[in-house]
Design a protein around this ligand. Sequence first.
Ligand code: ADP
Ligand code: MG
Length: 200
Amino acid sequence: MAARLAKFPFVRTLEDFDFTAQPALDPKHLRELALCRWVGNGDGVLLLGPPGVGKTHLAVALGRAAIHQGYSVLFTTATALVAGLAKAHGEGRLEDRLTHWAKPKLLIIDELGYLPFEPSAAHLFFHLVSRRYERGSLMITSNRSVGEWDQVFGDPVVATAILDRLLHHSQVLTIRGESYRLREKRRSGLLKPAPVSSTE
Ligand code: ADP
Ligand code: MG
C-alpha cells in the first residue's frame, strides 16, 4: 500500500539487481544503504550514470527499503516535479506544492538532466531543495555528472547553490558501463556485439 502511494514506476528490489553486470558498484555498500540510516539522518544519495545502467532500479529498490523501515517516500521525475511547481506558481499555489514535496521523509527525483530547465524552473527547484535541506532526504538520479549541472540548470549561480546544499550531506554513487537492456539484447543475439576498443 505504502509502495503504491510512493508512485514508483515499477517494482524492483536489490535482490533483482545483477551486481556482476555492474562492477563499479559494491553490493555491500548497497545493502548498507538499504538499511536506510541515511534516511533517518536526513542525508542524500545521488545516483549518476548513463542511461540503462540501473539508476531507477536502485532508486526504487532503496525507496522500497525505506518504506519497509517505516519512512514516508515519494517518487517523481524531475520533469514532472518542475512542471507541477511551475503550474502551482502560476496559480498562486506554490507554497502548497512545496509543502507537498517537502513532506515525505525521502523524496526520490528521477532523471534530472534529461531535459535542461528553464531559468524559472531552476529557481523553483532551488526552492524545493532549500525547503528540504537538513529536514528530509533526497535521492536524485541523473545521467549528467555533477560538473554538467550548470548546463542542466542553465544558470551557474543557481546550480552552485543547489549543489552546495545537495552535496553537503550526500553520498554520490557513479555507475558506469553499458546499458543493461542493450547488454541483454546483445546476449540474446538481437544486436551486434559491442565494438572492441583498441588502444594499440
Ligand atoms: P536507468 O535508470 O539507469 O536508465 P533502469 O534502472 O531504468 O536504468 O534500468 C533499465 C532496465 O534494466 C530496468 O528494467 C532495470 O530493472 C534493468 N536493469 C538495469 N541494470 C540492472 C542490473 N544490474 N540487474 C538487473 N536489472 C537491471
Ligand atoms: Mg532511469
